[in-house]
Design a binder for this molecule. Structure first.
Ligand SMILES: Nc1nc(=O)c2c([nH]1)NC[C@@H]1CN(c3ccc(C(=O)N[C@@H](CCC(=O)O)C(=O)O)cc3)C=[N+]21
Length: 369
């Protein structure tokens, strides 16, 4: 069943602190997309008419009639890529597979999460993962250790989960307290249960031609899955990844390269980030700086995937802050042919892919096809 994107009416505003904002706007002025069922069948059908032809530009063809220029795009002509709804669709697919697995083998996948310390954001993410596990039928195991626990204690818990056949995936919530060596801890996770894809062997396999990693990091894989499910062609396209972190930027660049894009990686020492980014048909931004990427960085018709989840002060919000991306949505959505919002874009996809990786791990462990 095709899920209609449900983002119309959602309010958004960009940060006022950096001049990106021109006040509150309704995202409902942006065309809402309908999702196809399968990745190959995913095509856009517009539910609202706008006066700028953007349809062909999303397929990457630069037919002159379809190119939006910043000058003509006075309306927000970008299309919102609805990560929340795609993530829901993926969870439904996973739930179906898990029922099939349970009926045939009598077991369900298990995911263990290790949380150290009392960071509020980490606690929220862990809670969300647990809820997501429940929603698809994955058994979750949780260990919560005090901030001042030793690295040895964490390693002992990892060993316990490595040896436990009912646990198929192990996730150590990052960041760890500063007195722990993150590399030691991540290396201890058995590669067959490395559903985060952070083991250096998995990253190494990802970087090599004709090799297959056991698991791909969830956030970058979620970005590519969004492109696939929205029918965005990658092969032969120019892609720019902004940010070179081990967990997002670097693996995102590797994945795009595996999909036959021509990839540039822009980072804090890049001399002309705006000029390089403006050449991209596909932009993935994973920097962690609110509204750093402005409309002027985006090539008309490009597809923008915003990985940033940055809290900015907002007295009007009940939490005292709200979340914005790395990309100034208000500006970029007028120039891009499609763009992910924050929240509701990549974030929910990260969790959906974690569930998917856990299912894959369990299928392998039980030799269930
Ligand atoms: N070992 C490890 N693996 C991770 O995958 C990992 C991690 N550590 N540490 C922290 C980051 C961050 N992360 C997010 C996941 C979901 C949302 C998410 O669902 N965000 C919602 C909004 C949530 C809200 O409103 O607070 C959204 O963007 O719509 C955000 C962030 C996973 N991470």
């Amino acid at each position: 069943m095709a899920a209609a994107a449900a983002s119309s009416g959602m309010m958004f505003s960009s940060a006022t602190s950096d001049g990106c904002s021109r006040g509150l706007q309704r995202v409902s002025s942006i065309t809402v997309l309908r999702l196809g069922l399968t990745r190959s069948a995913a095509v856009f059908s517009r539910t609202r008419t706008i006066n700028i032809q953007v349809r062909t530009s999303i397929s990457g063809r630069s037919s002159s009639s379809s190119v939006i220029t910043a000058a003509t795009a006075t309306e927000a002509s970008g299309k919102v890529i609805d990560g929340k709804s795609v993530a829901k669709q993926i969870r439904e697919e996973i739930a179906t597979e898990i029922s099939r697995m349970k009926a045939s083998t009598g077991v369900v996948p298990g995911l263990a999460v290790i949380l150290v310390g009392d960071r509020k954001d980490s606690a929220t993410y862990v809670r969300n993962k647990k809820k997501a596990c429940e929603s698809v039928g994955i058994e979750s195991y949780e260990v919560h250790l005090a901030e001042d626990s030793s690295e040895k204690e964490v390693l002992q818990h990892i060993k316990g989960f490595n040896d436990d056949p009912s646990v198929n995936g192990i996730l150590v919530q990052l960041p760890l307290p500063s007195h722990m060596n993150e590399q030691n801890v991540l290396n201890a996770v058995c590669i067959d249960k490395d559903v985060d894809g952070f083991n250096p062997l998995n990253i190494g396999l990802l970087a090599m031609r004709d090799r297959e990693p056991l698991f791909v990091p969830c956030t970058p894989k979620g970005c590519i899955e969004l492109l696939h499910r929205y029918g965005v062609p990658i092969k032969g396209k120019r892609a720019v990844v902004i940010g070179r972190s081990n967990i997002v930027g670097m693996p995102a660049a590797l994945l795009l390269q595996r999909e036959d894009a021509t990839v540039s990686l822009v980072h804090s020492r890049t001399k002309n980030p705006e000029e390089i980014t403006r050449q991209a048909d596909i932009v993935i931004s994973a920097v962690g700086k609110p509204n750093m990427v402005r409309g002027s960085w985006i090539k008309p018709g490009a597809v923008v995937i915003d990985v940033g989840i940055n809290p900015v002060e907002d007295a009007k919000s009940p939490r005292g802050y709200r979340l914005v991306g790395d990309v100034c949505f208000e500006e970029a959505s007028k120039i891009a042919s499609a763009i992910t919002p924050v929240p509701g874009g990549v974030g929910p996809m990260t969790i959906a892919i974690l569930l998917s990786n856990t299912l894959v791990a369990a299928k392998r462990a039980h030799n269930f096809k």
